[in-house]
Design a protein around this ligand. Structure first.
Ligand code: TXA
Ligand code: MG
Length: 322
């Protein structure tokens, strides 16, 4: 079974040794835990797909230790909008604006990146986490890390080390799980923006609100050539069936509350969307394990700011084939 260890210097050293040997570890970031491996190593990337049971057509995000490292991996033109976003968000000192932005960029020819990280459109997704443990680990590994969320494909994302452990119980596992003392600060995945053209497109709403974008997600695509497969209808799913926009629970349901619509757990009694995002996956994990009838009613979430990303996750979490 994967060992959960503290993210002190010794833990980071152990994790980076595993990465250098081509193995996988789970690392905390400010959004969710990632299942990380050496982005230069084809075998490590293959192992990520096997461990997550992830469809081969769903590409991975590459994590770098500092913004300048992106220039080794992607073609970023001087004065381009991609460069502006890197300056505004990856370099930004405001801790609320840092670390939760993934950019889709044109891959640089002949970089050392595993070819399987580069899409058929020659794009790659890059994230520069601000989280100190993630940053230290990437720096100690001395390579960029490919890391999807540390869950089995389609299941709820992990915001605590124990969620990672539960996710892979009885299955192929990461070699170790670096435990952050506290749960992931934002609690929802990064915002993904396609920054290859002067017109920006949001591919996935997430933990960072970026006013520069047109705030309109691409139309959902369920074709072979999916633009961002996180946009597949069924995703982020608990075992229980979710009923959305519920103002009260039925007798056979547990309830995930928000604001005045209280429940067995309340995402934010004061109706604060940032607090709701922070609790979102954790409370779904908890209700899912408590639920006898496997039914959870979910209070309405206002469709604004990070509420847009929350409603996006809820839509996919509640999706059932017609
Ligand atoms: O917060 C996060 O982004 C977390 C942490 C661990 O970094 N990672 C994460 O990875 O959510 P994952 O694999 O669960 O979701 C990544 C999403 C997928 O929907 C994938 O399709 C999309 O990013 N993606 C990756 N590379 C892409 C590319 N080149 N073009 C478009 N979408 C891409
Ligand atoms: Mg994921």
């Amino acid at each position: 079974m994967a060992e959960i260890i503290p993210s002190d210097q010794q833990g980071i050293n152990r994790a980076s040794t595993i990465i250098k040997q081509g193995g996988l570890i789970a690392m905390p970031t400010e959004t969710v835990y990632g299942l990380a491996g050496n982005a230069y190593n084809d075998d490590a990337i293959r192992l990520i797909y096997q461990t997550k049971n992830r469809p081969a057509n769903n590409p991975l995000i590459v994590h770098i230790a500092k913004p300048d490292d992106a220039y080794q991996l992607a073609d970023i033109k001087t004065g381009s909008i991609a460069e502006q976003l890197i300056q505004n968000y990856w370099h930004h000192d405001n801790p609320d604006n840092n670390g939760a932005l993934t950019l889709v960029l044109n891959a640089k020819p002949n970089s050392r990146l595993s070819k399987s990280l580069i899409t058929y459109q020659n794009s790659i997704a890059i994230r520069c986490p601000h989280h100190p443990i993630a940053k230290q680990l990437i720096a100690a590994s001395n390579v960029p890390l490919a890391a999807p969320s540390a869950n089995i494909s389609g299941a709820l994302s992990p915001t605590r080390a124990v969620h990672v452990l539960q996710n892979f119980l009885g299955k192929k596992q990461p070699e170790l799980i670096l435990d952050d003392a506290s749960p992931c600060r934002f609690g929802l995945e990064s915002t993904i923006i396609d920054a290859r053209y002067q017109h920006l497109t949001i591919l996935r709403h997430g933990s960072l609100h970026v006013p520069e974008t047109n705030m309109k997600a691409e139309m959902e695509q369920e074709t072979e050539n999916i633009i961002a497969p996180g946009m597949l209808s069924a995703h982020y799913q608990p075992k229980s069936r979710l009923r959305l926009n519920a103002t009260m629970s039925e007798t056979d349901e547990l309830m995930l509350g928000f604001g005045a619509y209280d429940g067995d757990l309340n995402l934010s009694e004061t109706g604060d969307l940032t607090e709701a995002a922070y609790h979102f996956y954790d409370y779904l994990h908890q209700l899912d394990s408590m639920s006898v009838h496997e039914k959870i009613a979910v209070a309405p979430i206002p469709h604004q700011d990070i509420g847009i990303a929350l409603n996006d996750r809820l839509q996919r979490a509640s999706y059932t084939e017609q």
